[in-house]
Design a protein around this ligand. Structure first.
Ligand code: PSU
Ligand code: MN
Length: 300
């Protein structure tokens, strides 16, 4: 794997580093907002005293700390693959370009020695999963890979109660950042309780370090609600989600295409409003993730 010299040095010196995924760039947002957002997220992490490590796969090589030019290329290029855990061996062998999901970003981050990862939303148990079996590999990865994922909960394109059940079965701690409820991505509340509320980055860091010290394998999910002023109207977003799910069903969209299709359709249906909320919640997660990663390094 190729780790940027800045990140290598930071890791060696116990400085805070925050991992970022690239599926959100290649498949989660339209160009050029995707690239613009990726760079703003990196800058936000720097402004909060940590070093960003955007992860992707270039010509079959996992890259930790993509350059600005590489992020631009990944964001523009057509036919960039979406790589989850099972795609990695093939992409490495065929020397392809690929964007990494939460699952594969966790794998590469852990291999590089990065403990904190910031994103927008994780994959989860899809609605209708009792028939389709569509459950994101992100959940299995959270069960086994030692990385803390800071997100804004999960979108209501998923079955949120089943997603929480699955995380419970898999032994994944779910922590609400200054909330007792699982946030639902575009809106702050889902009506579903999380296991534990944490109040500040220090508390998160203590939990991360205790898990490591006690050799409890697996990830931690930290759910940080979107700031109120950027949250969407509940009815507007839920109507868009219902509509997008109907379209996916009619068009027979399946497998790894489902999540990108739903994200894109929701942006279209909300006239771009959902994209603005999405951007703001990622920036908010970047602030919290950088602070958590700083606290973790203080405890090392
Ligand atoms: N949810 C979002 N935005 C995203 C994704 C999920 O709100 O960009 C991306 C992430 O990369 C996540 C992936 O890991 O989709 C999940 O895809 P799947 O459901 O196919 O596992
Ligand atoms: Mn799936």
């Amino acid at each position: 794997m190729r780790i940027s010299s800045e990140i290598l040095k930071a890791l060696k010196n116990g400085r805070p580093v925050v991992a970022l995924e690239s599926t959100i760039i290649a498949h989660g947002m339209p160009y050029p907002k995707n690239v613009e957002t990726a760079l703003r997220v990196e800058q936000t992490i720097r402004n909060h005293g940590a070093i960003p490590a955007t992860i992707g796969i270039i010509d079959g090589e996992p890259v930790v700390g993509m350059s600005k030019e590489e992020i631009e290329m990944l964001g523009q290029r057509k036919n960039v693959l979406k790589a989850s855990r099972r795609d990695l061996p093939v992409i490495y062998a065929k020397k392809l370009w690929a964007a990494t999901t939460v699952a594969s970003t966790m794998i590469i981050a852990a291999q590089a020695g990065i403990e904190v990862f910031v994103t927008g939303g994780i994959g989860g148990v899809h609605r209708g999963a009792t028939e389709t079996f569509d459950i994101s590999a992100d959940l299995q990865e959270l069960a086994k890979t030692n990385v803390t994922v800071v997100c804004a909960g999960a979108k209501a394109i998923l079955d949120l109660p089943l997603t929480l059940e699955y995380l419970e079965t898999m032994g994944v701690p779910v922590l609400g950042y200054q909330t007792e409820e699982l946030p639902a991505f575009y809106i702050r509340n889902s009506g579903l309780k999380v296991d534990y509320k944490i109040d500040d980055p220090k508390e998160a860091a203590n939990i991360i370090v205790e898990k490591r010290k006690n050799k409890l394998e697996g990830g931690i999910l930290i759910a940080n609600p979107i700031p109120q002023k950027y949250a969407m109207d509940e009815k507007v977003i839920n109507d868009a989600i219902e509509n997008a799910l109907r379209q996916a069903d009619e068009l027979g969209i399946k497998g790894k295409d489902t999540t990108p299709f739903l994200l894109k359709t929701i942006v279209e249906l909300t006239g771009g409003d959902s994209l603005e909320s999405n951007i703001e919640l990622v920036l908010n997660n970047a602030r919290v993730g950088a602070e958590i990663s700083k606290e973790v390094t203080k405890l090392k």
